[in-house]
Design a protein around this ligand. Structure first.
Ligand code: UD1
Length: 346
């Protein structure tokens, strides 16, 4: 029986950590990535952790003919985990068609190929952004999907709808959408981690880059929110925990244990942390003082979002294990390592 899994975007942040966990569980991984926001060097990192270099094909999934060729060549693919997508909220507002093409066009091409197979399993990277500002905390999977704030957010909502519709008429296709809260951190081996291009938009990479002196100062986007310390609350989850959830979800489908052929799960820790608490965590684990100032609110930010994790815990049999300090500490170790490498190569 084949154990071959396609991982699109497998050189990216969450993708690369998932490849490691898949290989650790004995799966054979084939990565497709166009390296638009990643580097081929990540293959070395994966090989250093697992002792195995995954098969890699570099092409752009918007090339439909290449997608078709790939599936004809790899008929023994038994499942696909689809990370390849664009994820910058601001850029999606500037260039919506790029986001609809990358995130939805490509999804359609992959589903077209998977539905040609006798049976197929598909895991989709969704986001807690589909809930918008949820009315109740913690957020369960039954919370209503709110109108999207950005084309990026819309691609996650519409992506889920597309998969659901396709699954309805293709019982041989089983799919799970995983709604990520805020993945952060790096592999404990320090061989792979996040490699944001340009100025990071997300909190933790901005903090660690400020810590190493690459950025002058962190702007805390608003301290007048109706939260205990006035800053926004999110559910920060270690990327290795997120990666392990993908293996659990895939295994559920492979074992035929899914209740329906389209399911959704929240991936979070269940604990909310404020921006100030993340800064304090960074200062605790690094022993450094962080240079920050309070700035105006960022458009589109929700006040708070943290997951109800019961469904994932009970049904997937998966639970996040790492603490905020573990996750922030691993992000800090990784940041120090990549900046030292840069200095050494100058
Ligand atoms: C953001 C996106 C979300 C996307 C997710 C993917 C927005 C509005 N939301 O989520 O759609 O799914 O990234 O990675 O862009 N913060 C600061 N200073 C900074 C950066 C962030 O104070 O320099 C604050 C934010 O206001 C927020 C928290 O830190 O309260 C987390 O921000 P971020 O890491 O960007 O994640 P989200 O906003 O949750």
């Amino acid at each position: 029986m084949s154990k071959k899994i396609l991982v699109t975007g497998g050189l990216g942040f969450i993708g690369s950590h998932t490849v490691v966990e898949l290989q650790n569980e004995g799966f054979e991984v084939v990565i497709i990535d166009n390296c638009s926001n990643s580097s081929e060097d990540v293959l070395d990192g994966i090989a250093a952790v697992t002792g195995q270099r995954p098969h890699f094909e570099k092409f752009d999934l918007r090339e439909k003919a290449e997608v078709q060729q790939f599936f004809s060549k790899h008929e023994d693919v038994i499942g696909a985990i689809h990370f390849a997508a664009s994820k910058a909220v601001g850029e999606s507002v500037e260039n919506p068609l790029l986001y609809y093409e990358n995130n939805l066009g490509v999804l359609i091409y992959i589903l077209q190929e998977l539905t040609k197979k006798g049976s197929a399993n598909f895991i989709f990277s969704s986001s807690c952004t589909v809930y918008g500002q949820a009315d109740q905390m913690p957020i369960t999977e039954d919370a209503p999907v709110k109108p999207a704030e950005s084309p990026y957010g819309n691609t996650k909502q519409v992506g889920e709808e597309i998969i659901k519709d396709v699954c309805k008429v293709n019982p041989q296709l089983a799919s799970i959408a995983l709604r990520y809260f805020n993945p952060i951190g790096a592999h404990p081996s320090n061989e792979i981690g996040e490699l944001p291009l340009g100025v990071p938009q997300n909190l933790v990479p901005f903090i660690t880059q400020t810590g190493v002196g690459l950025r002058e100062q962190l702007s805390v986007f608003g301290d007048d929110y109706p939260t205990p310390d006035g800053t926004c609350i999110r559910d920060y989850i270690h990327v290795v925990d997120v990666a392990k959830a993908h293996v659990a979800a895939l295994q559920r489908l492979l074992d035929g244990k899914n209740d329906e052929n389209f399911e959704v799960f929240n991936l979070g820790t269940g604990t909310g942390s404020s921006v100030m608490e993340v800064i304090q965590s960074f200062e605790r684990v690094s022993g450094e003082k962080l240079n920050y100032r309070v700035a105006p609110r960022r458009a589109g930010d929700v006040i708070q979002a943290y997951a109800d994790t019961q469904k994932a815990n009970d049904v997937l049999g998966w639970k996040a294990h790492s603490s905020l300090d573990d996750a922030v500490g691993s992000a800090w170790n990784w940041e120090k390592k990549i900046r030292n490498h840069e200095k050494a190569s100058i």
